[in-house]
Design a protein around this ligand. Structure first.
Ligand code: GAR
Length: 214
């Protein structure tokens, strides 16, 4: 077997997008990269169970509250909880030699200090057609609530590179999904996942990995 890109997937919740990546890898559709590590920023995220079932190493890295840890001897805060979290994340990624980071339902914004370390080496799946319904505060069901409140007739999903602007990096792939009469945020979320996210993310991951090997 030739060289493959070492992938870490960052998760926070149910992990259906992680599952789509695992399944694509098992089918040989994601073959230019290999998922080496799954990291959750939430204790007990179901995504971790999916990873373990697939025999993938898992880690949980939690952000500390501002009054715990990361303090100097005088109790003075030395670094912010975000910087402390990103330092621990970075150490884990470096220890595993990770070359590509996939955010799959990762509900935390990474700072420019972190994203600048991995230029065009972090990708994210967002459940809307960027530049609609994206940026700070638009995540998970909130995205679909906003699309329904706005009355748009078409939404979808976007896979993009991650930079210091939330949902602002270069777009890799998009897929449109129709909104139907009577949709609730939950129904729409499921349709966007089934018709767009679970197809788009593994395909985009394969393309990025294949380009990295060129
Ligand atoms: C997915 O719809 C994903 O696009 C979205 O959260 C859901 C996670 O589901 N991500 C964001 O909103 C990020 N801004 P999953 O844990 O089952 O993959």
């Amino acid at each position: 077997m030739g060289k493959t890109v070492k992938i870490a997937v960052l998760v926070s919740g149910g992990g259906t997008n992680l599952q789509a990546l695992i399944d694509a890898q098992a089918r040989g559709e994601l073959h230019s990269g290999k998922i080496e590590l799954v990291i959750s920023n939430k204790d007990g995220a179901y995504a971790l169970e999916r990873a373990k079932k697939a025999g993938i190493e898992t880690l949980t890295i939690l952000k500390k509250k501002s009054n715990e840890g990361a303090q100097g001897t005088g109790g003075v805060q030395e670094i912010s909880p975000q910087a402390d979290f990103e330092n621990r994340l970075l150490a884990a990624l470096e220890e595993h030699g990770i070359e590509l980071i996939i955010l799959a339902g990762f509900m935390s914004i990474l700072s420019g200090n972190f994203t600048r370390r991995y230029p065009e080496r972090i990708i994210n799946v967002h459940p809307a057609l960027i530049p609609s319904f994206c940026g700070k505060g638009f995540y998970g069901l909130k995205v679909h609530e906003a699309a329904l409140a706005c009355g748009v007739k078409v939404t979808g999903a976007t896979v993009h590179f991650v930079n210091e602007i939330p949902d602002g990096g270069r777009i890799i792939a998009q897929k449109a999904v129709d909104i139907e009469e009577g949709d609730t945020p939950e129904i729409l979320q499921k349709r966007v996942m089934e018709q767009a996210e679970w197809i788009l993310l593994p395909k985009a991951a394969e393309k990025v990995c294949a380009d990295m090997l060129k």
